[in-house]
Design a protein around this ligand. Structure first.
Ligand code: SF4
Length: 421
């Protein structure tokens, strides 16, 4: 049986899809990552915005277009939030955010031709379920260390869908990394709120990182909350041999008023202090962020304040989201701004993003690039501070760490191209 896995949303979903793929391959199924003609489709859905949810539903039609007789199984945040929207589309199985590690068993049932009632969504487990997640062999592996979130930002539905924060056992994580093939040269720690990673109830991220550092693989963090950044934390990161100086620090808004309304736990001043600390220890750090535009209390003036702050920080890139009302959240009771206004603001931020990305690249003189694959005529990979580089080389340099100079890069949009002899 051919199985195609379609993943929407964040890196945690990606990690979990990889794990599902792995368990299905182990059972001897032919599994594809992405939309391909198949007998069974698994759609790992996302509900972070209304748009993501819509795309999750649309994925069903795209699968049916490829094979109208295929079985379809959905799981993830959108089906956890509202299973009815998928039931109406007549899918064969609906799961939620938990127990994705049992999907392979459901697939076995389908393969045996057994019919089963649409399963009820499983309750969110309060304890982290041990997942036998061994990530597929690639240059980079995502390692899930945590799930859930306790922050309850006023706009966010995720804590309601993924439950409270729970951390994976240290030994489980170390064993997963130990089992990775040698070709995996870089690991990225993912979770819904990595900042909240705990060992025996205490903040455990630094201890985890120092243990992982011993494997000699490059280490990245996927996304961090500003609240974890203090001198002790950054100093500890700087003492690691393999830590990549790249930080995705979620800002969401540069306006103190909007941050308060979002129930974020810091002010723009706190955020700026954290960025300065990072730059003190990592002068060439890449620092990207998430920004939500059009939050209900974001007036024109507050948006300008936010733009000004974002420019002042000089991020190396922005991930821009238009505010999307999520029923059940505190902010959903506030009056929504018009979609036209949100679009206009997003466009202004996109222009700023382009300028910031170029300025960041121009400040850099070079770096060590882990080459991942060939794209057209170029070998591509990322520098330690996450600049995507296009390397022109006569030799196959895949899976090597190449030291490159950007002295004469020629920029094509945001592309850094390098000639390597
Ligand atoms: S930190 Fe806030 S935005 Fe992030 S998952 Fe938790 S509640 Fe959502």
């Amino acid at each position: 049986m051919k199985i195609s896995i379609v993943t929407l949303g964040c890196k945690v979903n990606k990690y979990e899809s990889d794990a599902i793929m792995h368990s299905l391959s182990e059972k001897g199924y032919e599994v594809f990552d992405g939309l391909r003609e198949a007998d069974l489709y698994i759609i790992n859905t996302c509900a972070v915005t209304g748009e993501a949810e819509k795309k999750s539903r649309q994925a069903i039609a795209r699968c049916r277009h490829l094979n109208k007789n295929a079985k379809i199984l959905v799981c993830g945040c959108a089906s956890q939030k509202n299973s009815l929207q998928f039931e109406e589309k007549g899918v064969d199985f609906i799961g939620g955010t938990a127990r994705k590690n049992f999907i392979a068993q459901y697939v076995d049932l389908i393969a045996c031709g057994e019919s089963f009632e649409k399963q009820n969504l499983s309750a969110l487990p309060l304890e982290y379920e041990k997942e036998d997640f061994a990530t597929q062999s690639r240059v980079r592996a995502y390692i899930k260390i945590q799930d859930g979130c306790n922050n309850f930002c006023s706009y966010c539905i995720i804590p309601y869908l993924r439950g409270r924060s729970r951390s994976r056992e240290l030994d489980d994580i170390l064993n997963e990394v130990k089992a990775l093939p040698n070709e995996v040269r870089e690991i990225v720690l993912t979770g819904i709120n990595v900042t909240d990673y705990k060992i025996s109830g205490k903040s455990g991220l630094i201890l985890l990182l120092s243990e992982l550092d011993k494997f000699g693989k490059r280490i990245r963090l996927s996304s961090l909350e500003e609240t974890i950044v203090d001198e002790e934390f950054v100093k500890a990161l700087a003492s690691l041999k393999n830590f990549c100086p790249f930080f995705h620090l979620s800002l969401q808004s540069g306006s103190a008023k909007v941050l308060k309304d979002m129930n974020r736990k810091y002010s723009p001043q706190d955020f700026e202090k954290s960025v300065n600390l990072i730059r003190k220890y990592f002068p060439t750090a890449g620092i990207t962020t998430d920004v939500i535009v059009g939050f209900p209390t974001e007036t024109d003036d507050l948006f300008e304040e936010s733009m000004h702050f974002i420019e002042k920080i000089g991020f190396s890139g922005l991930h821009i989201f238009q505010y999307s009302k999520r029923d059940g959240t505190v902010a959903s009771k506030l009056k929504d701004l018009s979609s036209q206004l949100k679009k206009q603001r997003a466009k202004r931020l996109e222009e700023l993003d382009k300028r910031l990305r170029k300025a960041f690249i121009a400040q850099n003189k070079g770096g060590k690039v882990l080459v991942e694959e060939k794209e057209g005529d170029f070998y591509v990979g990322y520098s330690e501070n996450y600049i995507k580089c296009y390397i022109d080389s006569d030799q196959d340099i895949t899976n090597q760490v190449i030291e490159v100079e950007f002295e004469k890069p020629y920029l094509e949009g945001e592309k850094v191209k390098i000639k390597q002899n």
